[in-house]
Every structure is written in C-alpha cells, then in structure tokens.
Design a protein around this ligand. Structure first.
Ligand code: PXG
Length: 460
C-alpha cells in the first residue's frame, strides 16, 4: 500500500469531507489528525505517533483493536452471504443467532430484539415503538416521552430530540413534539451547591420525574428514557438512590422505562448492562457501539416480553431499516460477544481493572486541579476546578478542558473534554500496567495544565 503524505490527505479532507460535530474553519487551519492503524489500546497516526486511546474510539472498541476473530467473522460472512434483508418473511443465520445470544446475555425480561444500524436509529425505534405499544394497549393518549437535560441519545431527529443538548436543539427545529426534559442527576453541578449529600440529591432528582408526570398527567406519558451513566454529557454517575427511585415512580404510574445502554452496555460498568450496575430493570434497552466493539456498525433495541407480546399480537409495525439484522454486522457481533465471554472481560472490569482504576482515581483526586474524581467500571471523570477548597470553577473563557485536551494530544493520549470534565473510557482489555501508563500520562497533562493556569493568571 502506498501512502499519501499527511499534508495531501489533509488537503483532500478539507476539500471534500464534512465531519460530524466539527467547526470546519478551525479544522482547516490545523488539518485533521489522520489515524492510520491501531492495535490493542494504541493508535498510530500518519506521522507515526503512538497514542494511548483512553476513549475506545468513541466509547465503542470494548475488545480493543486488532482482534483477528472479528476480522475473520466479517470476511467469512462476506464470502458466504454479504447481505440479505429481514423484511419479507426472510432471515439470515447470523441475525437469528445474535437475537438468541442477546436474549441470553440480557436481563431475563428480554427475549426479543429489533435491530438497527446505530444507536440513533435504535432510539428512533424506541420512540415509534413505545407509541405503537400504547396505541395497541388501548391508551393512545400516552405519547409523551420524558428525557433529561444533558442527555445524549443520538443525532437523528428523534435521537437529538430525546437528547438534552441545547446546542443540538438550537438547530433544525428540535425537539420534535411530545418529548420533554427534566433535570439531570448531576450532583457536582446541582446537588453540591445546595449542600445536599449525593444520596439525598439522588432522591431529589428522581422527584423531578414524579413532579413532571404529575404536571403532564400520567395518562399522557408513554416512557422515561435515560442513560444509566450519562456518557457524552461528561460521565455523570448518578447517586445510588437515583435509579431505584426512578424505577418505583415509573412503576407506580405504569410508564415504560427505557435504558439507553449504547455506552454502558457490553461490560463497560462491570456488568453486562449499566442497569444491572445502577440497580433497575428496564422495559426497553437501546444498544450499539460495544455490540460489535465498533468494528462494523450495528445497533438495536431489546424489548421486554410485556411489550413484545403486545407488539407481536398487534399486527404489522410499519418500521424497519435496510440493514436491520445485517448478516455481516451480526456475525461480527457474535464473534465479539464470544470474545468478551472467552476473555471474561466483564469480570475483568468488575473485579480487576475497574477497582484498580477507582483506586488510581482516588489518588488523582489529590491533584490541585481536580475537584472531584469519579469512576464506575471503566468510565471515569475528573472535574477540573480553579480552587480545590471551594470547588470554584474556572472562567469559562479559559476553556480549561480544551487546554488539558490539547496537552493530551501532544503527550500521546486521547481523552474527551466535556466542559471542565476530563473523561476516560478505555478498552475493556486494558491491563493494570496500562492503567498505570494511562494515569501517568493524565497526571503529566494535569501538571502541564496547572502550569498554564499559573502562568496565565487563571487561578485568581
Ligand atoms: N445513545 C447514547 C447513550 C450514545 O452515547 C447514541 C445513543 C447514538 O449512537 P450512534 O451510533 O447513532 O452515534 C450515543 C452515541 C461523544 C459522542 O462525544 C458520543 C456518542 C456519539 C458521538 C460522540 O462523547 N454517543
């Protein structure tokens, strides 16, 4: 293979490629970083720099890069049958087998799956499916779906509407009708300033759901949707009291509970599913990303029997995608799940590297820039603060997260900055020694950021 130079690639990129969520003028000034290859938890760019990928691509490469079993599964399936659909009373073997395996590894209420091509399409399916369910169940007024501020549920019309990102709602006339938002269970931002304990705040945040249901009338509410832990919103780990209280409220009002497991599923939190770690039993679960470890696109919705029975008996649901149950994607998912099982990655996160990261994070909390350090399984967040004692934030104009992220790139580690929170979600195959390496890099970036803050006078 002959490679074009980085400059040539960047020029072509600028000329033709519209990137997701990107300021293209800013990108054109710098030129995109071209990622050329990867292995295990490391990436290499077109200039030969090695980078530790502490974000698993985009929260998805759970088994790490370079897993030959997934490559072989895709190649074999492409030769055997690269595509066939599931629309007209047909099915393919990988899709059937994957449906069977998903029923095995999900909580017992789930025996059926609807496949999509992504998490966004999965959440679009959720919106149509819960409304269809209530039509069939004889309560057609139940149309409203309650979500939360600062949630991320995708970028399609319904996904972006379910999400609680103001910047997304500001473009394209969103949210679509029938979707409303309540406050998020973000203790640092909303509970701590009131002097509430995490547990007390968790109950307060759940009460916001109760209050909204009362205001709307329960007979109009179809479902509540949430990520077990908000990922793109900044790894917001809710207090332990939150989800059990939300479950009780949904049950009391007969409202369907939807868990968006696109990030938290497939072992990320130390169980197969985030809802198992956070302590609730949903009626629907959206998944994507980790189902194939990102090697090929796939998503879907797990449907509890209570809902599936009504849909099945209710006749045709006029919904589906060309790639619902794509045989290559399903074959890769089967190989991926087999590998997660063989390597015991869920147990590895729960018993070994999850607690190890938590211990490293407790040390990291001592750093002068870190106001709060939280982790769950292999998701972690560091809240950067100007003043450790008071927890006071930096002037937003400083964009301290972006300053830190700049150092990360230069030091050879990918982290996400969400406002003033620095976050990690490394591949589940990461070892203790690699966590040490990751933590040392993060510490160096924090030190460099602190030096910038001192030099810039941002601490005053
Ligand atoms: N739900 C959740 C919880 C997600 O995190 C989606 C749905 C949408 O999935 P698709 O496959 O349609 O992208 C996501 C996606 C970020 C970032 O910056 C996070 C996502 C996507 C892009 C960027 O953290 N999550």
């Amino acid at each position: 293979m002959t490679f074009r130079t980085t400059a040539e690639l960047q020029a072509a990129d600028t000329a033709h490629f519209l990137h997701p969520f990107t300021d293209h003028q800013g990108l054109a000034r710098k030129g995109a970083r071209i990622i050329r290859r990867a292995d295990n938890i490391y990436l290499w760019d077109s200039e030969g720099h090695k980078i530790l990928d502490a974000m698993s691509g985009l929260w998805c490469v759970n088994v790490g890069y370079g897993q030959q079993a997934l490559v072989d599964a895709a190649a074999q399936q492409m030769q055997q049958l690269p595509f066939y659909n599931a629309f007209f009373q047909t099915a393919t073997e990988p899709a059937i087998e994957l449906a069977e395996v998903l029923a095995e590894i999900t909580p017992p209420q789930f025996q059926h799956v609807f496949f999509s091509g992504s998490g966004s399409e999965g959440n679009d399916t959720v919106v149509r499916m819960v409304r269809r369910y209530w039509d069939l169940a004889g309560q057609p007024d139940r149309q409203i779906i309650i979500s939360r501020d600062n949630a991320y549920h995708g970028s399609t019309m319904a996904g972006a509407s379910l999400g609680g990102m103001a910047g997304m709602h500001a473009q394209g006339g969103l949210p679509i009708p029938g979707i409303v938002h309540i406050g998020q269970p973000h203790w640092w931002e909303l509970g701590r300033p009131q002097g509430l304990s995490r547990e007390a705040f968790g109950l307060q945040a759940a009460q916001w759901l109760e209050d909204r249901i009362q205001a709307l009338g329960a007979h109009r509410v179809a479902a509540f949707i949430g990520e077990p832990i908000q990922g793109a919103g900044g790894v917001i780990i809710p207090p332990s009291t939150y989800w059990p209280a939300v479950q009780r409220i949904c049950q009391r009002h007969g409202i369907l509970l939807v868990s968006d497991e696109v990030i938290c599923g497939f072992g990320r939190t130390g169980n197969w599913w985030g809802c198992q770690t956070l302590g609730y039993a949903p009626d629907l679960m959206t998944f994507a990303k980790g189902v194939t470890s990102g090697y090929v696109p796939l998503g879907g919705v797990m449907v509890a029997e209570r809902v599936a029975r009504v849909l099945i008996e209710g006749g045709e649901f006029n919904h589906g995608y060309t790639y619902s149950g794509h045989p290559v994607a399903c074959a890769v998912a089967l190989a991926n799940i087999a590998l997660i099982r063989r390597l015991q990655l869920v147990e590895h996160v729960r018993d070994d590297v999850g607690p190890y990261l938590a211990a490293a994070w407790r040390d990291m909390a001592q750093h002068p820039l870190v106001g709060d350090a939280e982790s769950c399984g292999l998701m972690g967040a560091l809240q950067l603060v100007k003043d450790k004692q008071s927890g006071a934030a930096f002037d937003p104009a400083v964009a301290i997260g972006m300053v830190c992220r700049g150092h990360c790139f230069a030091q050879g580690i990918v982290m996400r900055a969400v406002g003033d929170r620095m976050i990690v979600a490394p591949p589940l195959v990461i070892t203790r020694a690699q966590i040490d390496e990751m933590v040392a890099l993060i510490r160096r970036c924090l030190d460099l950021t602190l030096a910038d803050a001192q030099a810039g006078g941002w601490l005053h």
